[in-house]
Design a protein. Sequence first.
Length: 264
Amino acid sequence: MEIILPLTQDQIKWVNRLTILQIIQKFGEISKSEIARYSGLSPATVSNFSDALKREGLIDEKGTGESTGGRRPTVLTLDEQRHFIIGLYISKYGISSCGMTLSGTVIDEDDLSLFGDRSGSRILDNVCRIVQEMLKSFSGRLCLGIGIAVEAEPYGQESYLMGSNVLIRKQEWLDRIHALGCNAVTIELKSNAIAISEKLYGKAKDAFSFFVLDIGEQITSAYYYRDGIVKGFNQGAGNIAHVRVSNRAIKCKCGKTGCFNAVA
């Protein structure tokens, strides 16, 4: 959902709903009163949204907590049995896939090596096949979303370049995957995906801002600030791979010389 200020009533409801889910995901088990304290929402608002999320099967009750003087509070937790998320990591060598619960527990994973034709269309065909197989494998669960990380570099605002000749057109990929029956699809550069993962499930859960440096076949980086990745113009903000660090005439594939990526 695109957020444009001032917020509409539907956007406010969406933000409140997401806030409650994120707090439950972060703590694992938490009472409604604690959610109200951490979120700043009124107890009545938390109760109404929690009841709706429970009806949808996104959260469940898990016993009662310790009493602080009144009746024992009901403890809420994520429902790990009725939903799942698909994660894909794509490089020029292969595709790694996993199915996971809302709390980040992996319930299935696989790897596919890519040989021969490594064109963008061929890779997309394999991605769609993997998604179809996972949706079929978990037909008893509802897929809440698909996250795709690509080991590539920005190529304009809506495309990525993998290696030297594989162009990934973001909208084409979204259209193909949406047609499989899942509308919540996110495609990110590998470094951005790492930052998002650290924020959701890793050591950066409580960080307001942080920087990720991914050192692999190439050097990539990402900057997370407040509520998301800072991308800037042409998705280049926070990416230090092509910062010039040497006067030596070391040629980089971007056309310049002395880039951090090429020197390293």
